[in-house]
Design a protein around this ligand. Sequence first.
Ligand SMILES: Nc1nc2c(c(=O)[nH]1)N[C@H]1C(S)=C(S)[C@@H](COP(=O)(O)OP(=O)(O)OC[C@H]3O[C@@H](n4cnc5c(=O)[nH]c(N)nc54)[C@H](O)[C@@H]3O)O[C@H]1N2
Ligand SMILES: Nc1nc2c(c(=O)[nH]1)N[C@H]1C(S)=C(S)[C@@H](COP(=O)(O)OP(=O)(O)OC[C@H]3O[C@@H](n4cnc5c(=O)[nH]c(N)nc54)[C@H](O)[C@@H]3O)O[C@H]1N2
Ligand code: SF4
Ligand SMILES: [Mo]
Length: 742
Amino acid sequence: MPVGYRTCPLCEATCGLELVLDGRDITRVRGDRDDVFSHGFLCPKGSVVGRVDADPDRVRRPLRRDGAGWREVDWPEALHAVEAGLTPILERHGRDAVAVYLGNPNVHNLAGLLYNRALLQALGSVNVYSASTLDQMPKQVAAGLCFGTSLSVPIPDVDRTDHLLVLGANPFASNGSLLTAPDLPGRLRALRARGGRLVVVDPRRTKTAEEADEHLFIRPGTDALLLAAIAHTLFAEGLTDPGRLRPHLEGLDVVETLVADFAPEVVAERCGIAADTIRRQARDLAQARTAAVYARLGTCAQEFGTVASWLVDVCNVLTGNLDRKGGALFTRPATGGANTVGEPGVGRGVRFGRRTSRVRGLPEVYGELPAACLAEEIDTPGDGQVRAVLAIAGNPVVSAPDSGRLDRALDDLEFMVSVDVYVNETSRHADVILPPEPMLARGHYDIALYSLALRNVANYSPPLVALEPGERPEWETLLSLANIVAGAGADADPHVLDDAIVAGLVERAVRRPGSNVADRDPSELLGELAARRGPERLLDLMLRTGPYGDGFGADPDGLTLARLEAQPHGIDLGPLQPRIPEVLRTPSGRIELAPAPLVADVARLRASLDDRPDGVVLIGRRDLRSNNSWMHNVEVLVKGRDRCTLLVHPSDATRLGLRDRQRAKLAGPGGSVLVPVEVTDTMMPGVVSLPHGWGHDLDGVRLGVAADHPGVNSNLVAGTDLLDPLSGTAVLNGIPVEVAPA
Ligand SMILES: Nc1nc2c(c(=O)[nH]1)N[C@H]1C(S)=C(S)[C@@H](COP(=O)(O)OP(=O)(O)OC[C@H]3O[C@@H](n4cnc5c(=O)[nH]c(N)nc54)[C@H](O)[C@@H]3O)O[C@H]1N2
Ligand SMILES: Nc1nc2c(c(=O)[nH]1)N[C@H]1C(S)=C(S)[C@@H](COP(=O)(O)OP(=O)(O)OC[C@H]3O[C@@H](n4cnc5c(=O)[nH]c(N)nc54)[C@H](O)[C@@H]3O)O[C@H]1N2
Ligand code: SF4
Ligand SMILES: [Mo]
């Protein structure tokens, strides 16, 4: 039976899979031992990667609302229904009346990565939302301000470092995030095996914490205080040593003044970490031969997400670990990016707040408004009210805070389209659901994740099965939506728009000074790309004009998509290399260590020192067998004991009268849920944990397996008022709650 190789598209780890196929059925999944990055690693989700394609509940044909139910329709009818629904709204109420929500799988999928932009441009609405403001936006804001582009996020050099300080990440469950590294757990174990030290800061003793040399409980939302105290100690004890970075730094003295107020004694009580322990962390970081600080979701989706993300980079700079082997380095992805094109070492930097949200006046960040604003933009009447939503690969009714309100708001829309695999909590509100093609029927390349990977890697997976009649590539659907909102109509050929997109990109590449195709004839380049269409054509162009590209013949040994096709296990372009100063795209041409918005937000951090919160706070968690909200319909991933439980420390359980395995009422700013309690000393006292992504028992959801293991939606409890102001990211960790026996 034929064997195919393919990068797993489920999480950020990009593991290579070896699949044995019988027609469209996957009869065996193994980790691809020859994969240049994953070397055979596989997690429990990867081994059932085909179950979504095979799921009888998967939406296979477009669905059109028909009274209380759905009717399968052909593509022309579905697209005409979309046109008939959207056009009058656009004509009567303008572009902003249509909102787009982009969910997480867009980042794992060439269609979304390459064609959502065309849809957003064609629509021209201010109402653009995504899972980024429920997730990593703080890191992108900090990176943009300090280094000049949103994806200039330093990656901790886990394979070569001597000391790793991890805050708010649990890679033993998540497999890593903004740190693409297959088998990250194995790499962390290897770090310790070679004598390195791993320290984990987390309000829960996670599996990652258990595997570490040291675990520190921290009060949720206080990581910025801890990191400021570490920076304070580095200055106070003369431990700062930026080394070769020094001539490239701006604002070092400002940082010193800013952190002066945050001595370890000052923050210790708020963080729940003793002052000497904080000092020791600073000394360990400074004295290790090489070290890196890495912080993820728990430090992002919280009240001080951007300041905390910035202070991570500050600590790496102060200890001389930024941009050096064993520290935290920048990638140089094969498809290029904003920090590989244009003049090296200088740029326009980033600007935010060019537009604001209508109801709360919150600033746009990288062209998006906070996902926490979506519900109010729909349910608040007035000029500019959102009347239609396009939800693309997203399930905000489960993933966004105050999801009860969003659920009701979506119900009130005049029109809604979901591009999705399932009829789930969100898409059940749609008038039309447009399904993507099966996962195995599309090509795959991790443009986004290789920009955030531990090594520079390029790996393309071709489609392994052909499309069947009635299936349509998702990229064509996204371009049809673009055609519809542009007024070109449902019948307009997406391939014509695709031709225009590629021609525009070629035109820009030849005009860009310093590009490897500068001043070439665009028609010659287009001719060389002519055999391909869709994502593969754009990908080939990006690879060939990228940092390792063949420049369409300029470097015959350079990278092309054809070369990747000949290497089914990928091409390893090596470990990350120092890139400062050429990586910078800031107006000053330096690392802007004290950008004004962050300096200003430190005042808010300082003010938080006076808070004396005494109540219980809620945080989230991930489980190895979950994937946000959408893999709970795969039986092997949900069977066994209930994982949607509220973890409570024994002392809190006693004080609050809660009993193990009995139900509690959990109430927060968004509302309340009833949830089974699990009493465990893995929690920090005063902190409870409930995973997100559950609550599948809503009317109209078509998830047969998940319905038997519904769990509760933790975001019914979260509110929308609490945001990290610089990034607009929702506070999903450190939510004040009340817990009582049910
Ligand atoms: N309380 C709390 N809330 C959280 C988090 C938390 O830690 N705590 N985490 C946040 C984070 S980090 C994230 S990223 C968000 C995720 O937020 P979302 O992206 O809104 O949610 P997902 O559950 O990832 O939903 C993905 C949707 O895409 C569909 N889908 C899957 N594959 C494809 C595909 O190839 N094409 C299309 N068109 N659709 C597809 C699925 O069926 C599902 O409906 O949740 C956030 N919400
Ligand atoms: N199995 C699985 N893997 C996944 C996903 C999944 O749903 N399931 N989702 C994917 C996605 S979309 C993402 S974004 C990544 C996320 O990947 P990670 O960032 O590793 O996310 P989590 O596993 O949620 O770990 C976050 C940790 O932060 C801790 N925490 C909460 N609040 C605070 C705080 O205030 N301070 C500190 N220091 N810690 C805090 C939590 O206890 C938790 O252990 O995972 C990806 N991988
Ligand atoms: S770790 Fe992530 S990429 Fe690797 S097999 Fe598991 S789900 Fe797939
Ligand atoms: Mo995420």
